[in-house]
Design a binder for this molecule. Structure first.
Ligand code: AHM
Ligand code: MG
Length: 389
């Protein structure tokens, strides 16, 4: 059984994976080397060289956020608790933590100064923000011939600290990011004062996940893990070696088991608001009456990046379904569900919405749009969908 009826749209890039015939026995394969080799392995895609600086910025921001999250519980750091003592609310009506705001600034600045960004959209920003190219002003003040070439520009979407409501209790959190190319024919027009029209930014930002060129997450837990897919064909896992401050390849070519460990991961407090087929599925796997005959166990952190990391490694199913109170669930399509769906499919898993549609094929209508979603081992996700037939 297929979870989606129509043939999915192809991915944006078809990349040759880098090979590593020689590996330094002391340093291993670092994330920086992987990204550089990816550009060398695909010389016919020169824009990958520009993605190198974008990825360097994301990597640096994640290392900084990892350090901030780790030191936050130390009282003198003053990083825990709510922004402005609790009065600060983001555009989605949620209270902002101090760390939500700080980590948003860290990631935003890192990306802005990569010089490759056209637009940035974040869970913590009301609307996408344009990034004016300041190269000419900074390096060509006398209006001489342009010395800094304009290259491919990118659109970044991110959730700087997903699961931040857990952070005071030292429960894992994560950064989720996705990088799109600026759409063809799109030119973001900056006014004399450097402002950009909301519509220009929106048009560049509202792309479906199958247009992603890179997506990934960084999990801040007992170790800091960075999982990334270039092009959506493979999924690579790195771990931060804190002694040298480098991400090292520890889980090459991550592949989610077709049928996972018997684990389901859902906020079951919402069970009585779920659709009946979903309730029936969960009841069946709890009793050992599902296709495997095994009794499933529940694992739910309430912090998606941690739940997704476990699901990628062990398999099973994770979801945040819509319910009668919130028909589209809780998770945001653009900067939460789509980047995770990109990784999940790259690892051989499935990522579907509430009607069984492929999440990567859903085109967002607005930046903070929510989507009912399920991710996991293909056989587990298909078994769940079979209850809807
Ligand atoms: P956030 O973006 O405000 O941090 O919320 C997203 C988080 C996810 O990490 C997690 O899967 C979900 O919220 C948990 O929500 P709930 O507490 O309703 O189960
Ligand atoms: Mg979030």
């Amino acid at each position: 059984m297929q979870a989606t009826a129509e043939a999915p749209a192809p991915l944006k890039m078809d990349l040759v994976e880098p090979v590593f015939p020689q590996v330094c026995e002391y340093a291993g394969i670092t994330l920086s080397r992987y990204v550089l080799e990816m550009a060398r392995a695909n010389p016919e895609q020169p824009e990958l060289n520009e993605l190198v600086s974008v990825m360097t910025s994301v990597e640096r921001a994640c290392k900084t956020i990892s350090k901030l999250v780790r030191t936050a519980p130390i009282e003198s750091s003053g990083l825990l608790g709510l922004e402005e003592g609790g009065g600060s609310i983001n555009v989605q009506g949620e209270e902002q933590k101090k760390l939500d705001v700080i980590t948003n600034t860290v990631l935003k600045n890192a990306l802005r100064f990569s010089g490759k960004m056209a637009v940035l959209a974040s869970e913590e920003e009301d609307a996408p923000v344009g990034v004016p190219d300041d190269a000419e002003t900074n390096y060509n003040p006398e209006n001489r011939e342009i010395i800094v070439e304009e290259g491919q520009k990118y659109v970044a979407v991110f959730d700087p600290l997903d699961g931040s409501s857990n952070v005071d209790a030292n429960i894992p959190t994560g950064t989720i990011f996705g990088i799109y190319e600026e759409p063809e024919g799109c030119s973001i027009n900056f006014g004399d004062d450097g402002t950009v029209s909301d519509q220009d930014c929106l048009d560049a930002t509202l792309q479906s996940g199958n247009r992603l060129v890179v997506a990934g997450y960084c999990l801040y837990s007992a170790a800091t893990s960075f999982v990334v897919s270039f092009g959506g064909k493979t999924c690579q896992g790195f771990t931060l070696d804190e002694s040298v401050g480098e991400f090292v390849l520890t889980q090459p070519n991550m592949a989610i088991p077709t049928r996972g460990k018997p684990i389901y991961s859902l906020n079951e407090a919402n069970r009585w608001q779920w659709e009946e087929p979903l309730r029936d599925y969960v009841t069946a796997i709890q009793k050992g009456d599902g296709q495997t005959g095994k009794q499933y166990t529940a694992r739910y952190l309430g912090s998606m990046v941690g739940d997704i990391h476990r699901t990628l490694l062990y398999g099973g199913i994770f979801g945040y379904p819509g319910d009668t109170k919130n028909p589209n669930g809780k998770l945001r399509l653009l900067y939460e569900a789509a980047p995770i769906a990109f990784l999940m499919e790259a690892a051989g898993g499935l990522a579907v919405g509430g009607a069984g549609e492929r999440i990567l094929d859903i085109k967002p209508d607005n930046v903070h749009q929510r989507v009912s979603c399920f991710f996991g081992s293909s056989e587990d996700v298909e078994e769940m969908r079979s209850y809807y037939k």
